[in-house]
Design a protein around this ligand. Structure first.
Ligand code: AGP
Length: 614
């Protein structure tokens, strides 16, 4: 989950673009950062612990504007530590060959200890505790005059995952990049070429991009890009156009990306839905699935794999597929699934949920499912991401870039996509046109329904004020609101650092209720759908222990509102859409509690936006 940026230009300094690129990637990981800059006088490396702003200050002191023009090529990195503490020595870039070669890396080198021992035996001195540094020394060791060939030789000996960029004084004006398991994108502009682990660091310079694939290695000079396999066979990769612009990744007047992305949900969901509903057939189109009705009819089981918020969306999917398509559906935590020797085959439809499309465990789950002959689809937000490409078919969320580490609009977009997939699958089975028609109409209302929840933002902020000092909270829900309780708890843990547990409502009395007191607020999900009455019973059990209850209740449901201490109101909708309108209220609640507690919000401590390591 580190961020990599490389930049080379015919006519401008690399310093500013590298630092700006790091700022765009800081959400991926931010415990230290560094740059390596090349000029006729050689390579200079600047590294700093902490955020990119601290590196920027260091560069402002070390490199006055007048000196920056000579550095027209460079590489940069923002780190999320996997091996070795966040220190200057462990920050990237790492150097070799007396500082004449510099390298940045994203990923994990699994055999780095053996490689390091071999290099130390040959007299190489290491300066860091990182796995990355071995790659730099290996490339230097194999450099017989061709940097790309040397890098290819080195990477053939590496086990694990990498996205790298390297420059060397012996090869002025040249940058070598390569990827295996960690994303790397090349932006090809008029005069500049930008390399980054995420397209958000590129769109400020160009929207013409090349997505490298695993095993690709490329030589980049101001004259262009030359891509090969590690065995030096030339490779052609198409140049694609990014379909959003830099404005999409600015805050647009909001205090944080998280609140911006919460408020973007009506538009994001309109984009998720756009062109995918079929009123005439009472179903959904979803051409990206590339599955015929006959293919769908042959499916005997659905498995939904994901991590974190994506796993919670998959857990909601269970209820949607079993209710609408009458098909057994198993949500699986991707790390568990990948190592469980999963029992999947040709009649199982494995759906991989991933906003980033790069989560290592989810990607491994996709690969294992493909190995076992299952039908595999990806539900990703990032176009061209590894999971999307390797799944080969699926549904893009079209929710727009999600910058805040805490996932919000991706969750509601995933549940919406799953709902449309369940509708489509259901209509190849026993779901009637009338029921399909009802759902098509309700799904079309979704942006309006979410807008109504957002109108309650001020009221929700007021309720958050009452509970912002709580150190422990419970979130309870039943049926398809149980995963939403888990998601609400995850949000407030992530951004407000409040210890919160999501629980199936009926489960509270089997132990956790022992923890309740007037100091433990309970958030009860009481949307007016089947199961609400039972959850109201659990609310009484909590109140009998003096715990304050914050109810997410349907507008007009006076009985539910009267049963709770404070109410967050949501609009009336059908059961299938209740997870989406409910979670928006919980997102706002978590955001305001975090804001009131003075938390970092967009880049919470210890977290990264895309977990591309195990
Ligand atoms: C969500 O708020 C978290 N940041 C995290 O749980 C995230 O959902 C998880 O890492 C999966 O990411 P993905 O959707 O990009 O695969």
């Amino acid at each position: 989950m580190c961020g990599i940026v490389g930049f080379t230009s015919r006519n401008k300094s690399a310093v500013g673009p590298l630092v700006n690129g790091l700022r765009r990637l800081e959400y991926r990981g931010y415990d230290s950062a560094g740059v390596a800059l090349e000029s006729a006088e050689g390579i200079k490396v600047y590294k700093q612990t902490g955020k990119v702003a601290k590196l920027d200050n260091l560069l402002s002191r070390a490199l006055p504007e007048s000196e920056r023009g000579k550095y027209t090529i460079g590489i940069a990195h923002t780190r999320w530590a996997t091996h070795g503490l966040p220190t200057v020595a462990n920050a990237h870039p790492h150097v070799a060959d007396n500082g004449s070669l510099a390298l940045v890396h994203n990923g994990i080198i699994e055999n780095y200890a053996a490689l390091r021992a071999g290099l130390e035996k040959r007299g190489v001195k290491f300066l860091s505790q990182t796995d990355t540094e071995v790659i730099a020394h290996l490339i230097a060791a194999f450099d017989k005059g061709d940097l790309l060939a040397a890098a290819a030789e080195a990477l053939k000996r590496v086990e694990g995952t990498y996205g790298i960029a390297a420059i060397s004084e012996k090869h002025p004006g040249e940058m070598v990049v390569a990827r295996k398991g960690s994303p790397l994108v090349i932006g090809v502009g008029e005069d500049d070429i930008v390399v980054a682990s995420d397209v958000s660091a590129i769109v400020a310079y160009t929207r013409q991009v090349i997505y490298l694939k695993d095993g690709d290695i490329a030589r980049i000079t101001p004259n262009g890009v030359d891509i090969h396999t590690l065995d030096n066979s030339p490779v052609t990769r198409e140049v694609q156009e990014v379909d959003w612009d830099i404005g999409a990744i600015e805050k647009g007047g909001y205090e944080h990306f998280m609140i911006k992305e919460i408020f973007e949900q009506p538009d994001a969901l309109a984009n998720t839905i756009r062109g995918r509903l079929d009123p005439a057939g009472g179903t959904a189109f979803l051409s990206g699935l590339s599955l015929s009705p006959r293919d769908l009819a042959a499916v005997r089981r659905v498995v939904i794999v994901g991590c974190g918020t994506s796993l919670h969306a998959g857990m909601v999917g269970k209820y949607l597929f079993e209710k609408l398509a009458d098909i057994p559906t198993d949500p699986e935590q991707a790390a568990e699934f990948r190592y469980s020797n999963p029992i999947v085959g040709p009649n199982d439809w494995v759906m991989a949920l991933s906003q980033s499309g790069e989560t290592a465990d989810t990607l491994a789950a996709v690969r294992e499912s493909i190995r076992k002959g299952a039908l595999v689809s990806g539900l990703c937000n990032v176009v061209g991401s590894t999971i999307a490409r390797e799944a080969g078919r699926g549904v893009y969320l079209h929710a727009g870039p999600e910058i805040s580490v805490a996932s919000t609009k991706a969750f509601t977009a995933q549940v919406t996509a799953l709902l449309m997939m369940a509708l489509k699958l259901g209509r190849t089975r026993r779901l009637s046109f009338e029921d399909g028609d009802r759902l098509v109409k309700e799904i079309s209302r979704l942006p309006e329904l979410v807008k109504k929840v957002l109108e309650g933002n001020e009221a929700i902020a007021k309720v958050a004020e009452k509970y912002a000092k709580a150190d422990d909270m419970f979130f309870i829900g039943r049926g398809m609101l149980h995963p939403v309780a888990l998601e609400g708890a995850l949000k407030i843990k992530e951004v407000a650092y409040v210890h919160a547990e999501g629980y199936q409502a009926a489960e509270l009395k089997h132990g956790p209720i022992a923890l309740l007191s007037e100091k433990t607020p309970v958030v009860a999900l009481l949307a007016d759908i089947p199961g609400k009455e039972k959850t109201l019973g659990n609310v009484q059990e909590c109140r009998a222990r003096l715990a304050p209850v914050i109810g997410v209740v349907t507008e007009g449901d006076e009985a539910a509102a009267a049963a709770v201490t404070d109410a967050l109101t949501i609009p009336k909708t059908c059961a299938e859409l209740s997870p989406i309108v409910t979670v928006v209220a919980l997102q706002l609640f978590a955001y305001h509690v975090a804001r009131l507690r003075g938390c970092e919000i967009d880049q919470p401590r210890n977290l990264a936006k895309s977990v591309t390591v195990e």
